[in-house]
Design a protein around this ligand. Structure first.
Ligand code: NAD
Length: 519
């Protein structure tokens, strides 16, 4: 089975949309997905399909009049039932040979690859991703499956321990129990898939609560899991509001761990609720939380300014600044500050904003009316805190569009320097020198990604030691982490220091058991 056939891990190639055949195929995928708009999706617990009648509609953020999917929402009673069912199914799923689970996980990758453009299209319509951003998301989802399948092969084999004389000594990894998977909407496939397959391939049963902004992508992925052979009892897709069902599944005494990716505030709440032992609970819950960021790119006095401008531009405005890794602070040495701001301004003014399904647009919409309002409020705050250099042109009508916005001359105590905005808003700050720039970069409660553009080897070395972020990039953009090459996850309020797509990750979903046999 899979054990013998998995080759060395390689990252999935992204689709080259400059090729006419690929463009044509993507247009067809968009058309096919469009024909499925408005379909209704029921809940499923085990083999039972449930229509609650309490429905949630997801919309196309490029055109909110279009309903993408209609989903039956779970309530507290069903949330409790889902945990009980996952708990009942756990012993059998945990006892399923790891090889079978690995095989199913590799199958998920195969199916996603075969349906890649179709998934791209769902992401374009439900999450507002442009074609290349959607394709990168689906590629990353495939990478997580391929990578974790191989990692499980390593972890399901014998682990190296010292052999004492007269004994056979072993250490084996066993699953934890019922896992709650709570992903965000911004990588509605990759993060959902990564945390879900990590839970399942290690032998845990999972309850997956997709974001209310992107439930259709969750429902489509649930179809793939079943097609790949994962038993109905091994996972439940529990669509519902975070507030209504989230607390119930997090607090349930039979929940063993929570894998969460999202905002700082929700992550902290989950951590707090999970820490409180419930009546009947016989373990300490494990929380794997990956949270927000306020990522800085430092531009040194001797940096190649053109390269720095391109790196900042892409990191700040790709997917409308809605990546946890997005650059929201550019900290620029006084020697090149004016030149940098001028060049960045010129390029940012040329970025095209509009519907995500039109490949001519560089930026699509932000995710929702609520997000649009929050971001526009931050822009008003920013205008008082600094000098607006880009962002005064009107955004296109019809969708949740926001123009790329750059506010220069921002002080490090300003709100737009300190708070995560999660939209296309960049604060630019002048530093007196490299030391000062590093100090400013580290002046944050977060510590997710960061980058330095410099031609001074000593400064690059200093950044490696002292720029306190989980993902540091030197002379390149601060987004676009690749599974396996750039293990992903941050420090401080950016999370629990876990690293997705790394050899450490699956250990978070397992516990080690030592067995010593007297010979
Ligand atoms: P969010 O915190 O609002 O929601 C995340 C998930 O939590 C959603 O599924 C939501 O329904 C659920 N939720 C909300 N309230 C809940 C509750 N009380 N109990 C349980 N679940 C609840 O975040 P978002 O807006 O979906 O995503 C954006 C945030 O995610 C940003 O802060 C971004 O930086 C962060 N993010 C971090 C990473 C990372 O790897 N560190 C990756 C992507 C996104």
């Amino acid at each position: 089975m899979a054990t013998a056939t998995l080759s060395q891990f390689r990252n999935e190639s992204v689709t080259d949309f400059s090729q006419p055949a690929n463009r044509q195929a993507m247009e067809e995928a968009l058309k096919k997905v469009r024909s499925e708009f408005g379909r209704e999706y029921q809940l499923r617990i085990g083999s039972q399909w449930i229509g609650t009648g309490d429905k949630l509609s997801s919309v196309n953020p490029s055109n909110p009049n279009e309903i993408i999917g209609v989903h039956h929402r779970a309530n507290a009673g069903l949330a409790n039932r889902a945990v009980e069912a996952a708990c009942a199914a756990f012993p059998q799923w945990a006892a399923t040979p790891a090889e079978k689970r690995i095989h199913m996980t590799a199958e998920v990758a195969r199916i996603l690859r075969a349906r890649k453009l179709e998934f791209d299209a769902w992401l374009v319509f439900e999450a507002g991703k442009t074609w290349p951003e959607a394709d990168a998301d689906v590629s990353e989802a495939i990478d997580f499956c391929e990578y974790y399948a191989r990692e499980m092969q390593r972890l399901s084999g014998p682990q190296p321990v010292v052999q004492l004389p007269g004994e056979q000594d072993e250490m084996i990894y066993i699953p934890l129990g019922v896992g709650i998977v709570i992903p965000p909407w911004n990588f509605p496939l990759a993060i959902l898939v990564g945390m879900t397959v990590a839970s399942l391939v290690t032998g845990n049963t999972a309850i997956v609560k997709p974001s209310s902004e992107t439930p259709t992508i969750g429902a489509k992925f649930a179809e793939v899991l079943l097609e790949a052979g994962f038993p109905e009892s091994s996972f439940t897709l529990l669509t519902g509001s975070g507030a209504a069902v989230g607390d119930v599944i997090v607090q349930h005494p039979k929940t063993r761990f929570i894998a969460f990716t999202g905002s700082r505030d929700v992550g902290l709440r989950i951590n707090e609720l999970a820490a409180k032992t419930q009546p009947g609970q016989i373990w300490i819950k494990r929380v794997i939380a990956e949270m927000g960021g306020k990522n800085a790119i430092v531009v040194d006095g001797d940096a190649d300014v053109d390269k720095a401008v391109d790196g900042v531009l892409f990191s700040a405005f790709g997917f409308q600044g809605q990546k946890c890794s997005a650059c929201s602070r550019a900290i620029v040495d006084a020697k090149v500050y004016d030149q940098f701001v001028e060049k960045l301004t010129a390029k940012a003014k040329n970025l095209k904003v509009g519907s995500a399904d039109d490949p001519g647009n560089y930026m699509g919409p932000v995710i929702s009316a609520g997000a649009q309002k929050t971001i526009l409020n931050y822009i008003e705050v920013g205008k008082k805190e600094g000098r607006l250099v880009v962002g005064d042109q009107p955004a296109p009508a019809g969708g949740y569009f926001i123009m790329p916005t750059i506010i220069a001359d921002i002080d490090s105590k300003a709100r737009i320097f300190q708070e995560e905005i999660f939209g296309p808003v960049l604060a630019v700050t002048k530093a007196q020198n490299f030391e000062h720039a590093l100090e400013l970069a580290n002046d944050s409660q977060y510590g997710l990604t960061g980058a330095l553009f410099s031609n001074t080897p000593e400064h690059l070395r200093q950044a490696k030691n002292r720029f306190h972020v989980g993902n540091l990039y030197l002379n390149r953009k601060c987004t676009g982490a690749m599974v396996g090459a750039h293990p992903f996850g941050g420090f401080n309020m950016s999370g629990t220091d876990s690293k997705a797509g790394s050899p450490d990750y699956l250990l978070l979903f397992l516990q080690a058991k030592s067995v010593a046999t007297k010979l």
